[in-house]
Design a protein around this ligand. Sequence first.
Ligand code: SF4
Length: 320
Amino acid sequence: MAGSEIALEVEGLVKHYAIRGAAARGAVVRAVDGVSLRIVAGETLALVGESGSGKSTVGRMILGLTPPTAGTVRLFGQRIDDLDHRRMRALRRDLQLVFQDPYASLNPRMRVVDIVGEPLANFGLVPAAERRDHVTEILRRVGLGPEHLDRLPHEFSGGQRQRLGIARAIASRPRVVVCDEPVSALDVSVQAQVINLLLDLQAEFGLAYLFIAHDLAVVEHVSHRTAVMYLGALVEVAPTRDLFAAPRHPYTQALLASVPVPDPTVPRRPPIEGELPSAVDPPSGCRFHTRCPLAEPRCRTVAPPLRVVAPGHEAACHLA
Ligand code: SF4
């Protein structure tokens, strides 16, 4: 269960990419345009949105893989967005990543004992003589056995590889884990096993998760709170139960309308229409106005701020 200590805090995070070439005339892609988030210890915050919304870029900036254009990232109160490479590496003990594609993140020529043991060696956590036993215990924790110690990544199924990726991520006993679409490449039956593993590890170690995902059915199951991104900005943040029961932002309402429901007679809102506008030249006023069925004239000129609309529930809509 989530506590009250702030594990991860992001303030005004911005990422603009300059477009090269004479014709660009100083144009930038506004991938992320002022995102602020907090996650407390033991909590899962889901970050959702369409492809191109900027959610993965937020994750990469938090992990120090992409430098922010502006804004701050704090891990347990310590600012980490301005660290050099060496200090960022040291910090990885506390801040880890679970990838969407574990195969791409695992060295195909390294054996499991070395893949999972590497963080233990890098951070000097376990003497070399004890490392194999320690890795065996970590593997046990993620549902793999000692018979897997000397295998190579290609000898595993997709679900087992993700367990391996999780084993490596938790080896250093981090306190915050960024999970970037961790189950979207897996079969549905395997997804549930991996999600349950992540939930068990959170309960055991008090991990805070930033869970980046587009599958809302998974998000509803796994997260305490959900933040919705549209075209580089947050449009709604709320306890997951409240957000799914009573979404306040028309974009969230449209996203939820696209989630399959077992009972086809349940009345549904129309799904979202149209393409995501370009992040080079986002719409003026409310960025969602070009697709919003409720748009009013003021929506084209006045950007609605993210404001509290109910306890713990924020939305950026003039009508929320
Ligand atoms: Fe729609 Fe206007 Fe609300 Fe934006 S501010 S979501 S355009 S009603």
